[in-house]
Design a protein around this ligand. Sequence first.
Ligand SMILES: Cc1cc2nc3c(=O)[nH]c(=O)nc-3n(C[C@H](O)[C@H](O)[C@H](O)COP(=O)(O)O)c2cc1C
Length: 219
Amino acid sequence: MRPADVRDPGEDDTDATPPAHYGSLEAIEREAFALLSRGANDRRSACHTTVFVTSGLDGCPAARTVVLRGFAPEPPMISVHTDIRSGKIAELAENDRAAAVFYDPDSKVQIRASGACSIHHKDPVAQSVWDRLGVSARRTYLGAPPGDLSDQPTSGLPEFLETNAASLEQSERGFEHFAILGLHVRTLEWLYLCARGHRRARFSWAKNGGKRTATWLVP
Ligand SMILES: Cc1cc2nc3c(=O)[nH]c(=O)nc-3n(C[C@H](O)[C@H](O)[C@H](O)COP(=O)(O)O)c2cc1C
């Protein structure tokens, strides 16, 4: 039996006034975009990290946690920073489709986004973001390829960086490995948990930012 104070999300709010998005697809879209924008800009937001899913090279789904670095609403695009040598990049070269799932426990909202990915690497877009990264963020890109085998415990960093911060000049070497992954959202699903009845909706965008359609779904 569960302790009395352990409740599932949405279990205990029958009397609460439902939020504006309870009955409006337009309000849901606004709220979803607001959650994702906050996630990209506020490291305390639950949507600051997401589970990002690709198709593994063996055909199994491959999921990992990443930080949401950017969200643009029109047309919707989710941005993530990564290492060009990481497994997900090889997977996206085979199949550019990906999905990201977010859950915000404060608003009891799950967002599932899926679409096709594009990658910026050693181009002006990557360069302008890289130029604004601090030395500690750049450090991530100064080590050995992520996922490489090692016969001993390792951070992957060169020895001199194990105990020292990189200089700005040394950090520049990381640009070679830095990539920005853009998930161009074609489908966004919203699920709101509520004791009086959950709400689920789906938004779809035509290719290249074309018309969006929206519909309710049975939760
Ligand atoms: C909290 C957290 C945040 C992470 N953020 C990122 C990120 O923004 N980008 C990234 O490539 N990996 C990030 N990682 C590491 C990934 O989960 C994963 O281990 C790495 O990207 C290699 O995955 P891959 O081999 O499937 O490409 C993060 C891990 C954690 C636990």
